[in-house]
Design a protein around this ligand. Sequence first.
Ligand code: DGL
Length: 268
Amino acid sequence: MDNRPIGVFDSGLGGLTVVKELMKILPGENLVYFGDTARVPYGTRSNETVIRYSKQCIRFLLSQDVKMIVIACNTVSSISLDIVNKIFDIPILGVIEPGAKAAAQSTKNKRVGIIGTQATIRSKAYEKALAKHDPEISIFSTPCSLFVPIVEEGWSNTQIALLTAERYLDSMKGNEIDTLLLGCTHFPLLQDTIGKVMGPDVTLVNPAEGTALEVERILRSKNILNLEGNEGTYNFFVSDLGEKFEDIGGQFLGREIKCIQKIDIERY
Ligand code: DGL
């Protein structure tokens, strides 16, 4: 039993899609979320910068006395997970492995598509993780960078989103995939639009769901679940408090956000 919070971080607000799943599956756990809103996006940055930023995010969460850390960001998980796991003495989980596992379980024809930021696709982290589950799976990947600002602008269900999705996914449609992995925190908000483009025969996999299940498994196996039986408390921290934080954050989380505090991430 351990009632300390779980720490979750992301380059910005997108990681709240992972928090949403954690709240569903582990309603009794306390959560501390950090969104690096001053330095988002990470997806177009170099590996060196992403690694430096992720170490700072982890140091901040450690200052909040968390019992485990979830890297909600696909870009950070792709690039930094192995590195930070060697440095910090705390369980740290990324979204890649749970996402790859869910996609491997979903595909029947062994043809899987992956979409994400430029950095995530360049890293080939999902490819490697999928190949470990089943080397016979054929993988088709493509970066969809514009999806991130489209979601942040609140345009997920507009004609602009649909046209952008058609442009990005046109070639993907020719690959006869039956599963498409949404390898970016923002993409679950485009689920309806992406689903329209890919059609009903393609299953869309949101890594956030498998990640939350894996968090539960880790807490259980380490005997550090919070068994107090109360509803969890949630604290949200950001590195820049923009006007739209509450609106956009609320969209990602699917509920109102309270208690947002701004911190100086460069101090960590
Ligand atoms: N959170 C990032 C991801 O999941 C998307 C936003 C960014 O580029 O920082 O890859």
